[in-house]
Design a protein around this ligand. Structure first.
Ligand code: HAM
Length: 428
């Protein structure tokens, strides 16, 4: 006798996506793919793991994600690799490697892995939809990328989403600001939260990101980034704000918004959903990273993009509106019930699917009653019944599964007319 095995479960902080929830995922991804196509983006798929240097250099060794949250492992060849904690560094690594013609506009859908403390809306494997544009620092592209995300949320029916925006300046003006902030924090070191009291000097910008009351209090009276950016960066930022205003995209300035990765320069932004709990209410975020290509060994190339979490998008949708998304029709057209055991059902299914219909069947030669139960549960509009009588007459019986009055709604069709009859009935 085999030993009892306790059933395995998905690892902590991860989740399976199966029906009916997976139909919502299909909707969200298809909608994003369609929008990306309309905005001129091509799909990019790159490995889920990279040399650890891609992330350490890209997102910054001092970022929380690189320091505490990455899944790092040595492979059998002794290489130190990491599972991608986000999509941008890998896409830029692919850009540096393949040197596509610029501006290069790529979109992606990807899992991302972060060893965080799991809670509602925060997972160790989450999934992102995102875009990146490389090869231009035109503020028009900032406007386009931000607007695309804004329109995407609207097309998902989300109404309570706010856009927060900031400019982090370029290397030089940001560098000067960091020194100013460092000396200010030095004077207030003992007022910072426990964590930042120890590490503020490594990366002072992270203190601006801290949500603890003590850090918020100290930084509120300190120097703020937008007051210290150079004229060029100011002009760039003003052009972005003016473009957004021209399109009716409402942005509110948030001078604390420095985001969690070191690659950001100039425009940074985040979308927050008021329907979600404050701690995990960012449904998307992004910004410029004009130095990232060089940091990964490529030519100087400007870039900008955003990523949004599919789980949080769907949590927001559910909190705002409990109707499922039906942008893609994911209901079955027909269910074939066959009690003859002959090939007739197999042939019928093939014909109907070939005509573009969504069709399923029961297996294992079950009774008519049990097959009808499955047909009812399947959500299909119509059942196509083939029993010995229908087989002998060269016909099928068609029943509307949404009607309670079979007598009036039942149809008979000759085998050769099934596709036409079904197509006709489905349009009624
Ligand atoms: P991020 O803000 O770290 O940015 O993540 C983007 C989005 O992914 C967040 O706004 C959130 O919706 C979702 N997300 C992040 N972590 C989790 C988690 N643990 N559980 C569930 N959802 C999560 C980036 O990743 C950048 N690569 C965005 C970007 C693209 N910047 C420029 N281009």
């Amino acid at each position: 006798m085999s030993k009892h095995v306790t059933p395995f479960r998905a690892p902590v902080g991860t989740h399976d996506v199966i029906g009916p929830e997976s139909a919502q995922w299909e909707n969200v991804i298809a909608l994003f793919a369609e929008l990306a196509y309309r905005y001129g983006f091509e799909l990019a798929i790159s490995p889920l793991f990279e040399d650890i240097g891609v992330f350490n250099r890209g997102i910054g060794e001092h970022s929380d994600v690189a320091k505490k949250e990455m899944y790092v492992f040595d492979d059998r060849g002794g290489r130190t690799l990491a599972l991608r904690p986000e999509g941008t560094a890998s896409v830029v690594r692919a850009f540096v490697q393949h040197q596509p013609t610029t501006p290069w506009k790529a979109w992606y859908v990807t899992p991302a892995f972060r060893y965080e403390r799991p809670q509602a809306g925060r997972y160790r494997q989450h999934h992102q939809l995102g875009v990146e544009v490389l090869g231009t620092d035109d503020p028009a592209v900032d406007v386009e990328v931000i607007t695309m995300a804004w329109r995407f949320f609207a097309s998902l029916g989300l109404t309570r989403v706010r856009l927060l925006i900031n400019s982090m300046g370029h290397d030089e003006c940001r560098g000067a600001y960091i020194e100013l902030l460092r000396s200010y924090l030095g004077e207030h070191e003992f007022e910072l939260c426990d964590e930042h009291r120890k590490v503020w000097a490594d990366n002072p910008l992270r203190v601006l990101d801290c949500k603890k009351a003590s850090c918020v209090e100290v930084t509120t009276s300190g120097p703020m980034l937008p007051d210290h950016i150079c004229e060029d960066c100011r002009a760039h930022f003003d052009a972005v704000l003016s473009g957004l205003a021209a399109l009716g995209v409402e942005a509110s300035l948030n001078p604390r918004l420095v985001r969690g990765f070191d690659y950001y320069t100039r425009t940074t932004f985040e979308f927050v959903a008021d329907a979600l709990d404050g701690a995990q209410n960012a449904i998307g975020g992004g910004g410029r990273y004009d130095k990232l290509s060089e940091q990964l060994g490529g030519k100087p190339t400007s870039g900008i993009g955003f990523g949004c979490g599919i789980e949080r998008l769907l949590l927001t949708r559910a909190a705002e509106n409990d109707e499922p998304l039906t942008l893609l029709n994911r209901t079955l057209d027909c269910f074939v019930v066959d009690t003859t055991g002959e090939d007739v059902a197999t042939v019928l299914l093939d014909e109907l699917r070939g005509a573009g219909l969504a069709v399923n069947r029961a297996y294992d030669g079950r009774s008519m009653k049990s097959q009808m139960k499955v047909a009812d549960k399947s959500g299909a509009r119509l059942a196509i019944l083939v029993g010995p009588q229908e087989l002998a007459a060269g016909e099928v019986t068609i029943r509307d599964l949404r009607s309670t009055n079979f007598e009036q709604t039942q149809h008979t069709a000759a085998r050769g007319d099934v596709v036409a009859t079904i197509t006709n009935l489905l349009t009624k």
